[in-house]
Design a protein around this ligand. Structure first.
Ligand SMILES: C[S@@+](CC[C@H](N)C(=O)[O-])C[C@H]1O[C@@H](n2cnc3c(N)ncnc32)[C@H](O)[C@@H]1O
Length: 245
């Protein structure tokens, strides 16, 4: 039987106090894992439908036969785990700025930790996604300037409600161009957002990518007993003649 509430770990980080809690939700008869940053919820294992759809919709938008993928923000690992279900995925770099979150997975404190950390395709990268996106070297510390087939991003609440002001540039046209420079032709950028589809986000994406879609993902909310929704944007770069052949 589970304890009703357990704080599994907490640490002071440059972003604030991060904590991992497990609580027993008796009305739902399940354990709920939550990551909080100060008083703000970063992630709850109760709400994972759109995080999983981020991987499914993002990878479905790629026509490549083998996929090298970057996930921005490890969190509870649902996006990364869903990406691994696509048999085309041959490598998965998961960029996470908080070493504590990577460590929680390695220590098996989180439900998906053992599976994620034992999969040979997974490479946890401790670093700042935005700094890497803006750099020439990119997301693979071992292979500078490596290009990827897809980048799946779930870090900020939304492109206009960012966790840190230093993230905002990425969602502007020049930032998106910079990110696209780390993708192969035909590559996909998929982005999770807590907000409904935003015209300005679609317009910025359309300046850089050939095909842009905003998917509204609806899921049951056990607290409101109604439904809630998130948005997953998918944006696909023009492919070359050789890709189309
Ligand atoms: C909402 S969670 C990701 C949830 C994830 N999609 C899942 O399925 O569990 C966001 C994650 O991004 C991490 N993060 C915050 N700022 C970051 C940054 N600049 N670079 C990389 N990761 C960052 C947080 O520590 C957190 O683990």
């Amino acid at each position: 039987m589970s304890l009703r509430f357990e704080e599994l770990d907490w640490r002071a980080t440059p972003l604030g106090l991060i904590s991992l809690r497990r609580r027993r939700d008796r009305s739902l008869d399940q354990d709920v894992y939550e990551i909080k940053l100060d008083e703000e919820f970063l992630m709850s294992s109760l709400f994972t439908v759109a995080e999983i759809e981020l991987a499914r919709l993002g990878l479905a938008a790629s026509s490549a036969a083998d996929l090298d993928v970057v996930v921005g923000g490890l969190g509870l690992g649902y996006t990364a785990h869903a990406a691994l279900e696509d048999p085309r995925v041959r490598s998965l770099h998961v960029v996470e700025s908080l070493g504590e979150v990577i460590e929680w997975h390695r220590r098996g404190l989180l439900p998906l930790g053992a599976e994620l950390t034992s999969d040979p395709r997974v490479r946890p990268v401790h670093g700042d996604f935005f700094a890497m996106a803006g750099s020439d070297a990119g997301f693979d510390p071992e292979v500078p300037q490596r290009r990827f087939h897809a980048v799946l991003l779930d870090i900020d609440h939304s492109p206009t409600h960012v966790l840190d002001p230093s993230h905002a540039w990425l969602y502007e046209v020049e930032g998106l161009r910079r990110l696209a420079g780390h993708l192969h032709p035909g590559g996909v950028f998929a982005l999770w957002s807590d907000d409904p589809p935003q015209e300005e986000v679609i317009a910025a994406l359309a300046e850089v990518f050939a095909v842009v879609r905003a998917h509204v993902v609806t899921f049951d909310n056990p607290y409101t007993r109604g439904t809630s929704s998130n948005t997953v944007y998918t944006a696909v770069l023009e492919s070359t003649e050789a890709d189309r052949a």
